[in-house]
Design a protein around this ligand. Structure first.
Ligand code: RM4
Ligand code: MN
Ligand code: MN
Length: 431
């Protein structure tokens, strides 16, 4: 537990006490319904309570598009204020005990200080993220690529930055580095596909060599953007090849927004699990591309189907199965704290639903080619309203039954708007 709270715990208790009876009634009634299917609601609740997803530090700032960014009042102006905001998400929602920092956005002179701040909130650090998709003052430019740049000195700079991220991560207690590169081309002929990938692998071998024994590197694929004609790590196939070339410590990270709209992402997840190469997730939702919308806001069924694969792997004890769960969203028109609280609960809810799938029945229907009933087995779980389970897990852990309502009532945003006068942090861009 933390020794520091951003939201008054008395307020949480007072608000909870107003709706606690309603929650109990809903929970008991769902419990009875599940009991008829021989499911113990308390066992499901315990699993949900243990399920955690990391908050991206960049997610608490207001996002934008390449056209504009419309800053929210009270935006965090540095990593310390970002951690304050992330602690609110954790305190009210209880699902996000770790932070995933991004460097150099979150760079500080003394990482120990950062760790102390997180410790005070009872929070830890998940994977650290490197950034070689933007230039830094006084450094060589990534305009034509980073780890794959034609210039050896630019590649060296990108490698050195990734190694520096590992060093920062070590000081924070992190155990993984996530590498996403925007490297690619805008015109046919701009670069040679084979040479680019060779350079990528050579650079990544140097990064890999700097990983401590108990660390992993998570490679993120993405079909396009910022490069529009070709991207070096464009899909899970190339990702898998690279992770395999690099070695055991390299695994493939699935960011839900990094696929073409009709791609069967749950099947990619199944494949990566089968061959022990699933690093974990960046959860978000998307309509067209890397929209970075709130998890489950566009296609909640897809999120459920991803969790259906994850729960199947968990139950069969798939070798090496231990994915890292992180959110990666950009909040352009909502309060990021509210979106992240909501998204973490949505992800937990998808896990809860997947736990309800009757797997022996499903296997039976699959064996007998009873297509309709196999599909209905999944749908039955998906259509179950698991909100009382997620809310109960949250309340029992000291969080709010209705976290967004408590957040609004606490007036946190208004208070921060006063304490954090608007600064000119970026006018357009991803986050
Ligand atoms: C990328 C990718 C990375 C994230 C950046 C901000 O599209 O999703 O994970 O670090 O955006
Ligand atoms: Mn991502
Ligand atoms: Mn992305």
């Amino acid at each position: 537990m933390s020794d520091h709270e951003m939201i008054d715990t008395q307020l949480i208790q007072d608000e909870n006490s107003k709706i606690e009876n309603d929650l109990s009634t809903d929970y008991e009634s769902l419990g009875e319904r599940l009991e008829r299917h021989s499911i113990d609601i308390r066992a499901i609740t315990a699993k949900v309570a243990n399920y955690a997803v990391a908050t991206p530090t960049w997610g608490v700032g207001t996002g934008g598009t390449r056209f504009a960014r419309f800053p929210n009042p009270g935006e965090p102006r540095n990593i310390y204020e970002k951690i304050d905001d992330c602690s609110v998400i954790y305190q009210l929602g209880r699902a996000t005990p770790t932070l995933s920092p991004h460097f150099p956005w979150d760079r500080v002179d003394d990482p120990a200080e950062l760790k102390e701040r997180a410790d005070a909130y009872g929070m830890g650090f998940d994977a650290v993220n490197s950034n070689t998709f933007q230039d830094q003052p006084g450094e060589e430019s990534y305009k034509y690529g980073s780890l794959t740049n034609a210039s050896a000195s630019v590649r060296d700079q990108a490698v050195a930055h990734n190694i520096e991220c590992i060093e920062l991560g070590k000081a924070l207690g992190s155990k993984a580095l996530t590498v996403w590169v925007g490297d690619g081309t805008n015109f046919p002929g701009q670069q040679d596909f084979t040479t680019s990938l060779e350079r990528y692998l050579d650079s990544m071998r140097e990064v890999y060599a700097a990983l401590p024994d108990d660390w992993q590197v998570f490679i993120e694929h993405k079909l396009y953007e910022p490069a529009f004609y070709s991207t070096v790590i464009q899909d899970w196939g190339t990702n898998y090849i690279c992770a395999t070339e690099l070695g055991e410590k390299a695994k493939c990270l699935v960011d839900l927004g990094h696929h073409a709209p009709t791609v069967n992402i749950e099947m990619i997840v199944a494949r990566l699990i089968q061959f022990n190469k699933l690093a974990g997730f960046h959860f978000n939702d998307s309509k067209y591309g890397d929209d970075d919308l709130d998890s489950g806001s566009i296609d909640p069924f897809q999120l459920f189907l991803v969790f259906n694969e994850l729960v199947a792997a968990e139950l069969r004890d798939a070798p090496g199965f231990d994915p890292a769960y992180m959110l990666d969203q950009s909040h352009n028109v909502t309060d990021p704290i509210e979106s992240l609280i909501n998204s973490a609960a949505t992800v937990q809810g998808s896990y809860a639903r997947a736990l309800l799938v009757d797997r022996s029945q499903l296997a039976g229907y699959q064996q007998s080619n009873d297509v309709l009933m196999a599909h209905k087995t999944l749908k039955l779980a998906y259509e179950t309203d698991v909100a009382p389970i997620v809310a109960m897990a949250r309340m029992q852990a000291g969080g709010a039954i209705d976290p967004v309502a408590v957040y609004r009532k606490a007036g946190y945003r208004e208070e921060k708007a006063r304490q954090r006068p608007a600064s000119n942090i970026g006018s357009s861009g991803i986050v």
